[in-house]
Design a protein around this ligand. Structure first.
Ligand SMILES: C[S@@+](CC[C@H](N)C(=O)[O-])C[C@H]1O[C@@H](n2cnc3c(N)ncnc32)[C@H](O)[C@@H]1O
Length: 272
């Protein structure tokens, strides 16, 4: 086990995330919606891994993804830009009886040797990254030949610019460390540029938890909450339709779109 100190220089977007998630780290463990790992369990069907794989979970947050794989018997490194997140994720893993390593670094620059991992995972975090290009390129670099990349994140389906802009405005107000949702085609293109071949790509709807809970999780300022509600009330038809915006028992609800993508680095495992 090791703790890599964060020596790289961070840009403003990375610093905003680091600050936001260090402050809110207590909210992402038990009881958070991300504790439900049904999306990862579904994606695992598309992964073929060695019995004991080396796995890097980038932007681990509460650690739910990495801990899921540790529970399958793999050797897992949890990585995040915010140290308090790592400390809490590691404590949760220990509480569940798993040993994990931790490494503090950004998704855009990884202090790991080329070809170190069988699987790189990243779930519900890339929309915070300042450079998704660097993230995918680094993920591909640290993978062994034949290694797998599993990405799960919010998205907006291709060719829906109005709905995409609406979701961007909502997320930015709710959590200023949000940067940009990336469309499936853009992810495909980034993977292609990094030498990763798409194995599986699927969009599934994910129900927006109670809006108040969602605000609390990000400590959304009162004025921003008011503006989000205004945006919901004035949402364009394209966003209403795509996100199924509605009202249940007096509560605002909608369904985000979540992308699960699996890609493979070219080459054969034995050639690494
Ligand atoms: C919503 S949480 C991730 C959830 C987690 N992956 C899971 O499956 O439960 C987002 C995490 O991304 C991290 N993060 C944001 N920007 C980052 C960056 N550029 N590099 C590394 N981590 C980053 C934050 O510190 C935070 O812990």
């Amino acid at each position: 086990m090791f703790q890599q100190l964060l020596l790289m220089e961070l840009d403003d977007i990375q610093l905003a995330s680091q600050e936001q998630f260090a402050r809110q780290s207590g909210r992402y463990g038990k009881g958070h919606v991300l504790e439900n790992v049904a999306d990862i369990a579904a994606a695992v069907r598309h992964l073929s891994l060695p019995d004991v794989a080396d796995i890097l979970d980038v932007a681990t947050g509460g650690g739910h993804t990495g801990i899921y794989f540790a529970g399958l018997g793999h050797r897992v490194t949890l990585a995040d830009i915010a140290e308090p997140m790592l400390a809490k994720a590691k404590a949760l893993a220990q509480e569940k009886g798993f040993t994990v390593s931790t490494s503090q670094h950004s998704a855009e620059e990884m202090p790991h040797a080329t070809g170190s991992f069988d699987l790189v995972t990243c779930r519900v975090a890339p929309h915070h990254f300042s450079s998704p290009e660097d993230f995918v390129r680094e993920s591909a670099r640290v993978l062994r030949p034949g290694g797998l990349f599993l990405l799960i994140d919010g998205t907006v389906e291709d060719d829906q610019p109005e709905a995409e802009e609406w979701s961007h405005q909502v997320e930015k107000l709710r959590d200023p460390s949000h940067h940009r949702l990336i469309t499936p085609n853009r992810w495909r293109s980034l993977c292609g540029q990094a030498g990763l071949e798409i194995v599986h790509c699927e969009l599934t709807p994910f129900k927006q938890p109670d809006l108040e809970w969602y605000f609390e999780t990000a400590a959304t300022p009162v004025e921003n909450r008011r503006r989000v509600i205004e945006l919901v009330e004035q949402a364009p038809e394209s966003a209403r339709r795509l996100f199924r915006i509605g009202n249940e028992d007096g509560k605002i609800v909608w369904w985000w779109q979540r992308l699960a993508l699996v890609a493979r680095k070219s080459g054969h495992p034995e050639s690494g």
